[in-house]
Write a protein of this length. Structure first.
Length: 272
């Protein structure tokens, strides 16, 4: 019998997840179906229960329900606990609901394995202090960078987020105007500014010569932050499409125990 999975969000029609998981199933031979579910903003829990009762095996969760999924989960991975958000739900045989967050794993795999960016002993600047950044800090710090600096328009949010993760490694917070002149090996944009064609107000000296820029969002054309990286001498200026596929692959592995090869799926999405 074909096992059912889905991504749930609102809106959801734009999601690439059905295409991604369809390609994973095709390439691994796993007998699954995967659909997109539009949940009412006031009844995410009811949508999850109905899908489970209809025989569903697991769900991906996207905006705006990741925090609600965290609250619903009866057991959580360390990454989900730290992130305060869940993007993957596993329906366990004992009736429990396991919540995971695969965003950080997706980012790290794309950066380090797909693009060969070294994070060990690197100075890393992360732009933004919202949920997207919170979701990736644990695995980012586990890569043992020399330091992680979180820069945000609202300084207090950056300082609070840094404090929340300070037990995991050298992490600090500041405002955009306080980014130091020493420069960073890697800059990760976790803001949504790129969706509006904007770049956070970071100084020209923020990126070291030959450093890498990574935008957690993606589009059909290079994002504004990718263009900023190219204009400021980045050896690599990357968008978040690979992160999307890698976090999906981790979800697939959690559900099926099979890790799909991601390179041909990323290539297929690039080709449209």
């Amino acid at each position: 019998m074909t096992d059912r999975y889905a991504v749930v969000g609102n809106p959801i029609a734009h999601s690439k997840s059905p295409q991604i998981h369809g390609l994973f199933a095709e390439k691994t031979g796993e007998d699954i179906s995967y659909e997109a579910l539009l949940a009412p903003r006031d009844d995410f829990a009811g949508t999850v229960r109905a899908f489970r009762e209809a025989g569903g095996k697991g769900l991906n969760v996207t905006v705006p329900f990741k925090q609600e999924a965290w609250l619903m989960a009866t057991v959580r991975s360390d990454a989900a606990e730290r992130a305060g958000a869940v993007n993957t739900l596993c329906f366990l045989d004992n009736g429990l609901l396991r919540g995971d967050n695969t965003d950080g794993v997706g980012l790290l795999r794309d950066l380090t394995e797909n693009h060969g960016v070294s994070l060990g002993d690197a100075r890393v600047l992360v732009l933004g202090a919202g949920g997207a950044v919170r979701g990736v800090l644990q695995p980012l710090l586990a890569a043992r960078p020399a330091e992680v600096v979180i820069a945000n328009r609202t300084v207090d949010k950056a300082l609070a987020l840094a404090a929340d993760f300070s037990d995991l490694g050298p992490v600090s917070g500041c405002g955009f105007e306080a980014i130091d002149a020493e420069g960073f090996d890697v800059i990760i944009n976790g803001t949504s500014a790129g969706l509006a064609g904007e770049v956070p107000p970071i100084p020209d000296h923020a990126l070291k010569a030959g450093g890498a820029c990574y935008d957690m969002v993606y589009g059909d054309r290079p994002t504004a932050f990718v263009e900023w990286g190219r204009a400021h001498g980045a050896a690599q200026a990357l968008d978040g499409l690979g992160m999307l596929v890698e976090q999906a692959a981790e979800s697939f592995y959690l559900w099926r125990g099979v890790r799909p090869i991601t390179a041909p799926v990323i290539a297929a999405l690039r080709q449209g």
